[in-house]
Design a binder for this molecule. Structure first.
Ligand SMILES: Cc1cc2nc3c(=O)[nH]c(=O)nc-3n(C[C@H](O)[C@H](O)[C@H](O)COP(=O)(O)O)c2cc1C
Length: 314
């Protein structure tokens, strides 16, 4: 894999980014991916400020390589989170679920590189306008929270590429090296990978959830709860309860009541496969094993090189 705009921007060896993920990407996963030459990301979205600080400090002890923190901007303790990130000299921040204008200038004035996650061309351009260093364009296939427009990665990447000047990172449905190559052929400079890294030894997710990811086959996930915040999850009992409620044309409040609080923690962290929310992407259907993160990185790189050889024969 050759150096490019993204590897230079982040000072990493490979254009492979392990996605920030609630209840999955703590310091263990992030540091292991960074040590393997990619960019590891700590997912702040499920951490109280003091827990995030601990994860950042442990990550710094475990790797000398660059790593990032993902901050969903819906976070209630946002100011405190950003203060910790600045104080701990985190080199890169990936913001999501909010307006990139709010924090980009301040973070950049502190020497931090800023990347914003979007799911449409319109918001990619808004992020560029806000001064971010790069954009993650995330397609409909992706695990977790997502856009309402259902634009797939295969269509989103070339459309964003046609408009955007700054570096572009593709996300959603990328689970092997051929997927990374495909995203790059469509115009991406790098790939952000979530679902594949949930099924890693270092992910902090509950083993029950990881096993479900391995068991999942094509068609086992669905994007739902569009009226609240669209989210792709496994079709477990909780998902069926949502479907049953939809039959009665529920109000937003009724959906919110069913969702309740801490559903994601219950499913992904505590391993309650029935009542919990199990956020995962469509590409879970391709994943057959739980592997050490460094092995996932090695596989991605060798599959990428093999895919390049295969393509050259076309
Ligand atoms: C379990 C899980 C949790 C996630 N949590 C977050 C999050 O906290 N913040 C965020 O910006 N994206 C989150 N995402 C989306 C990922 O960052 C990433 O963009 C996505 O997983 C890429 O698609 P893939 O799952 O097909 O690889 C999450 C995804 C998963 C699977």
């Amino acid at each position: 894999m050759a150096q490019n705009r993204i590897t230079k921007l982040f000072d990493i060896e490979y254009p492979i980014i392990q996605a920030g993920m609630i209840w999955a990407s703590g310091w263990k996963l992030a540091s292991e991916v960074s040590n393997s030459g990619g960019l590891g990301i700590i997912g702040a979205g499920s951490m109280y400020p003091e827990i995030l600080q601990e994860h950042i400090q442990k990550c710094k002890q475990a790797t000398n390589k660059p790593f990032a923190v993902n901050v969903p901007m819906l976070y209630p303790d946002l100011e405190q989170i950003m203060e910790i990130i600045i104080k701990e000299k985190v080199p890169i921040v990936f913001t999501s679920a909010g307006n990139p204008k709010t924090w980009t200038a301040h973070l950049k004035s502190q020497g931090i590189k800023v990347v914003h996650v979007v799911s449409s061309v319109k918001f990619a351009l808004k992020a560029q306008e806000a001064g971010v260093d790069a954009v993650v364009a995330e397609g409909f296939e992706a695990g977790g929270h997502n856009g309402r427009e259902e634009t797939t990665t295969f269509t989103l990447i070339p459309m964003v590429k046609a408009e955007l000047d700054i570096p572009l990172i593709a996300a959603g449905g990328i689970g092997n090296g051929a997927g990374i190559l495909a995203a790059m052929v469509l115009g991406a400079d790098a790939a952000q990978i979530g679902t594949r890294f949930v099924a890693s030894e270092e992910a902090s997710s509950h083993i029950n959830f990881k096993n479900e990811v391995v068991k999942a086959v094509e068609g086992d996930t669905k994007l739902t709860l569009k009226e609240l915040a669209p989210v792709r999850m496994l079709k477990n009992k909780f998902y069926q309860d949502i479907e049953t409620l939809y039959k009665s044309s529920p109000s937003k409040e009724e959906l919110q009541e069913l969702l309740g609080r801490a559903r994601a923690k219950k499913g992904m962290f505590e391993g309650d496969l029935e009542e919990g929310e199990l956020e995962i992407g469509q590409i879970s259907g391709l994943i057959q094993d739980i592997l050490p993160a460094h092995k996932i990185m090695e596989n991605l790189i060798s599959e990428f090189e093999q895919a390049k050889i295969n393509v050259s024969k076309l």
